[in-house]
Design a protein around this ligand. Structure first.
Ligand code: C2E
Ligand code: CA
Ligand code: CA
Length: 568
C-alpha cells in the first residue's frame, strides 16, 4: 500500500469515531471480563488492557488515550479482586498506580498519534495547495474536474473551466522578485473569487496562471463573467507601496462528458488563456471540447509546416486588386495555400497564426515573398507589367534585424524594383510593437517598398502612429465593407478612414467587396482600390493569367451613367 493510501486509511479511521468508540469500549469490557474469569489482576491478562488503550490513543489522540487509560485502570481497579478464588482485594495504591500508568501510556501514544495526524494533515494540504499563496493547486482542480464531469454526464449540466494568465509575469518577476508574483497572483485569485461568487473555486495551476472551475453555468454567463473580470483586472494591483499593472488574458473551455484525464483539461485551459494572449484577444477566448481536436491539430500542423515548405506543399494564390475609378487590375495580393496530402486544403488562418508565434514565420514569409516576386517577374516578362504585388508579413518578421536585408536580396535576385512590392501588416499586432520595427521599416522604405496596414479599423492605437510611419496604403477591414451600403456604423467608419487616409496622403483599399452595391458605395466614397470576390477570388497564377488576358487587364467595367458596376 502506498504511503498516501496508508495516510488516507488512518485519516479515515480517525474520522470513523462512533464505531471505534463502540469497539474500544467492548474491548475494555472484554479485558475486564477476561481478567475476572482467569482469576483476577494477579495474573498476566491484566496487561491486555494496553490494547484498547493504545488503540484509543492512536485513533482519538491524547484525550482518547488518557480517557481509555483511566477507564481501563478503573475497571481493573477497586472492584476487581487480586484473586477471584480467595476473594482477596487490591490495595488502593495498587490500582491507583495502574490507573496512572495506563493513563500515562494513553497520553504518550496519543501524543505521538496527534503529531502524526498533524503531519498527515500538513502533507495532505501541501499536496493539494500551492505553498507560497495557499491557493488550491492543480491536483485539487483535477479532482474537481473529474467529479464535475461525472455530474455533467448524469445530470446534463454544463460546466466551464477558465484560465487567467498574467502575461507580464516574467517581467514583474525580473524587476520585483518572485514574491511579487505570489502576491499578485493571490490578489488576482481574490478578485476572481469576489467576481465569480462562492460556487466557483480558484486554483493556481502555474506560476503565472490561475484556473477556475465554474460549475452549472451557461456559456452566456461565462462570457459575461469574463467581461466583468476583464474590466476589474484593468485596475492595478498592490505590491508593497507600489501599484503594478498586470496584463491578464482569459481562456475558457467547456467541460463536456466524463473525463479520466482532467490534467489534459488543465493544460488546455492554460493553453487557451495563452492563446488568447497570442491573439491579443480582449474578453475571453472560449473553446468547447468539440474543437479540442482542432486545437491539437493546429499544434500538429505546425510540426509539419517546415517539411511542407521543403516538399512543395505550400503555394501562393493571387487575388486581383482593382483600381476603383477604371476597373483595371492594379496588382495582386499573394495568399498562401497549403495542400496537405492527408488533410487536403488547409486555410492559412489555421497555420499562419501559430507560425507567427515561432521562428517558422521567417521561413513562411521568405517563401511567400520569394514566390510572389518570382511570379511578378514572370508576369513582367509575359507582358503583364507594372503590377503591384502585395505579400502579408508578420510583426515578428519586422522584429528580425535581418528582415530588411532579406527583402532587398530577394528583390535583387528576382530583378524586381522595391516599389512593385507591397508588404501588408495587420494593424492590431503592428501598432503594439511599432518602436521595435522602426529600423526595418525605415530600411524597407529606403528601397521604396510599399507598406500597407491590413485590417484597418480593428486595432486600437493606430492614429497616434499613422502619420509617423512610412505607410502609404491602408486596407479597410472586411468587417466594415461587409455592412455596406446598409449599415450606418460601417458607412461612418469607411468614410472616416477614406478621409483620414487621403489627408495623410495615403491610398485606401477596401477588401472583402462582394456586391455591386458595396462597390458603388466605396467608389462614391472615394476609395481607391477594390479587392474581393466581386472582382475575383484568389486564384492560381495560371488562372490569374487567363483572367488578365480575357479582360485585357480591365476586370471591372462600369456604365458611364448609373450606379451599378458590371462584372466582365
Ligand atoms: P488577409 O490578409 O486579410 O487576406 C484576405 C482574406 O480574405 C483572404 O483569406 C481572402 O481569400 C479573403 N477574401 C478576399 N476577398 C474576399 C471576399 O470578398 N469575401 C470574403 N469573405 N473573403 C475574402 P485567406 O486567403 O483565407 O487568408 C486569411 C488570412 O491569412 C489573411 O488575411 C492573412 O492574414 C493570412 N495569410 C494568408 N496568406 C499569408 C501569407 O503568405 N503570410 C502571412 N503572414 N499571412 C497570410
Ligand atoms: Ca492581407
Ligand atoms: Ca485583411
Amino acid at each position: 500500500m502506498s504511503v498516501a493510501k496508508t495516510f488516507d486509511l488512518i485519516d479515515w479511521l480517525r474520522r470513523a469515531r462512533l464505531p471505534l468508540v463502540i469497539v474500544i469500549s467492548v474491548m475494555i469490557l472484554g479485558v475486564c471480563f477476561l481478567v475476572y474469569v482467569t482469576g483476577g489482576v494477579r495474573y498476566v491478562f491484566a496487561h491486555s488492557m494496553y490494547v484498547p488503550i493504545v488503540l484509543a490513543a492512536i485513533f482519538f489522540g491524547v484525550k482518547g488515550g488518557i480517557l481509555a487509560g483511566l477507564i481501563g485502570g478503573l475497571v481493573l481497579g477497586p472492584l476487581m479482586p487480586i484473586d477471584t478464588n480467595t476473594g482477596e482485594m487490591q490495595n488502593t495504591i495498587n490500582w491507583l498506580y495502574r490507573v496512572g500508568f495506563f493513563s500515562l501510556i494513553g497520553f504518550v501514544v496519543g501524543f505521538a498519534s496527534d503529531r502524526v495526524a498533524i503531519y498527515i494533515k500538513e502533507m495532505k494540504w501541501q499536496s493539494s495547495h500551492d505553498r507560497p499563496t495557499g491557493l488550491p493547486n492543480r491536483a485539487l482542480m483535477a479532482d474537481s474536474i473529474r467529479d464535475l464531469s461525472k455530474l455533467s454526464e448524469r445530470e446534463g449540466h454544463s460546466h466551464f473551466l477558465m484560465g487567467i494568465v498574467m502575461s507580464n509575469a516574467d517581467e514583474v518577476e525580473m524587476n520585483f522578485g518572485v514574491s511579487a508574483i505570489h502576491q499578485l497572483i493571490t490578489q488576482m485569485a481574490h478578485v476572481a473569487r469576489c467576481e465569480l461568487g462562492s460556487s466557483s473555486t480558484v486554483y493556481r495551476i502555474a506560476h503565472d496562471c490561475l484556473g477556475v472551475v465554474l460549475p452549472e453555468i451557461t456559456e452566456a454567463d461565462v462570457t459575461q463573467y469574463a467581461k466583468n473580470l476583464g474590466s476589474v483586472y484593468k485596475e492595478p494591483l498592490a505590491f508593497g507601496g507600489l501599484r503594478l499593472h498586470c496584463d491578464i488574458y482569459l481562456g475558457g473551455v467547456s467541460l463536456d462528458g466524463v473525463t479520466d484525464d482532467p490534467a489534459r483539461y488543465i493544460e488546455k485551459v492554460r493553453y487557451i488563456a495563452s492563446e488568447s494572449r497570442a491573439k491579443k484577444k480582449q474578453g475571453m477566448l472560449l473553446v468547447s471540447s468539440k474543437n479540442d481536436a482542432s486545437v491539437r491539430e493546429n499544434i500538429e500542423l505546425l510540426g509539419e509546416l517546415s517539411q511542407a515548405l521543403d516538399v512543395g506543399q505550400l503555394s501562393m494564390h493571387y487575388q486581383p486588386k482593382i483600381v476603383m475609378k477604371t476597373g483595371c487590375i492594379y496588382g495582386a495580393e499573394a495568399l498562401m495555400r497549403w495542400t496537405h496530402p492527408v488533410r487536403g486544403k488547409i486555410p492559412p488562418n489555421m497555420f499562419i497564426p501559430r507560425a507567427e508565434e515561432s521562428t517558422l514565420i521567417d521561413l513562411v514569409t521568405h517563401f511567400a515573398i520569394d514566390q510572389a516576386l518570382g511570379q511578378l517577374s514572370v508576369w513582367e516578362k509575359s507582358g503583364i507589367s507594372g503590377m503591384n504585388m502585395a505579400v502579408n508579413i508578420s510583426t515578428r518578421n519586422l522584429m528580425n534585424r535581418d528582415f530588411g536585408k532579406t527583402v532587398h536580396q530577394l528583390l535583387d535576385f528576382h530583378g524586381v524594383s522595391g516599389e512593385s512590392l507591397e508588404l501588408e501588416i495587420t494593424e492590431t499586432s503592428f501598432m503594439e510593437d511599432v518602436e521595435s520595427c522602426m529600423e526595418n521599416l525605415t530600411e524597407l522604405s529606403d528601397y521604396n517598398v510599399i507598406l500597407s496596414i491590413d485590417d484597418f479599423g480593428t486595432g486600437y492605437s493606430s492614429l497616434q502612429y499613422l502619420d509617423k510611419l512610412p505607410v502609404s496604403i491602408i486596407k479597410i477591414d472586411q468587417s466594415f465593407v461587409r455592412g455596406l451600403p446598409g449599415d450606418m456604423g460601417s458607412i461612418h467608419i469607411v468614410e472616416a478612414a477614406v478621409d483620414l487616409a487621403h489627408k495623410l496622403g495615403m491610398k485606401v483599399v477596401a477588401e472583402g467587396v462582394e456586391t455591386s452595391e458595396a462597390c458603388d458605395f466605396l467608389r462614391n466614397a472615394g476609395c481607391d482600390i477594390l479587392q474581393g470576390y466581386y472582382a475575383s477570388a484568389p486564384v492560381t497564377a495560371e488562372e490569374f493569367d487567363r483572367l488578365y488576358s480575357q479582360c485585357n487587364g480591365q476586370l471591372l467595367s462600369y456604365p458611364r451613367y448609373g450606379s451599378s458596376a458590371v462584372r466582365t
